[in-house]
Design a protein around this ligand. Structure first.
Ligand code: SAM
Length: 116
């Protein structure tokens, strides 16, 4: 059985003190500034984009896409406003839709870059 690759994955983690710092890392690595996309469990009124539209943007654009996830309190309003787009909340059948960040990340990535 293949051993765990958790350590290898954790070596990729980098800690930043601001969104700007992470944007500069992406610019350095990719040679272009990223398109910033915010996520939230709560509907937002600004810069909304559907999952299908974002899939097209990611496919058509040369620039890297940077999908941002929040902490236990969600993303601060000023961070959401600093993004180019905001995805709609993932909804279930129940009213409560506040997912763990890893569950939200898995669903968002599958919708935006999944092969379907
Ligand atoms: N109370 C927070 C809020 O209103 O966004 C939930 C925080 S949740 C523990 C951490 C992060 O996971 C959120 O900032 C968002 O990035 C993501 N997330 C959680 N539930 C989500 C949902 N239903 N739709 C989209 N993203 C979600």
């Amino acid at each position: 059985m293949e051993g765990s690759r958790r350590g290898e994955a954790l070596e990729l983690v980098m800690v930043a003190t601001s969104l700007e710092e992470t944007v500069s890392w992406i610019e350095e690595a990719e040679g272009d500034c990223p398109i910033l996309i915010a996520t939230s469990a709560r509907p937002q009124q600004v810069q909304c984009i559907s999952y299908a539209q974002l899939k097209d943007v990611v496919h058509d654009e040369e620039r890297p896409a940077y999908i941002v996830f929040g902490t236990g309190w969600g993303m601060a309003d000023e961070l959401i406003e600093a993004c180019d787009y905001v995805l709609p909340p993932i909804e279930g059948r129940a009213d409560f839709n506040h997912l763990s960040v890893r569950a939200a990340a898995a669903i968002v990535l599958d919708r935006v870059v999944g092969d379907r």
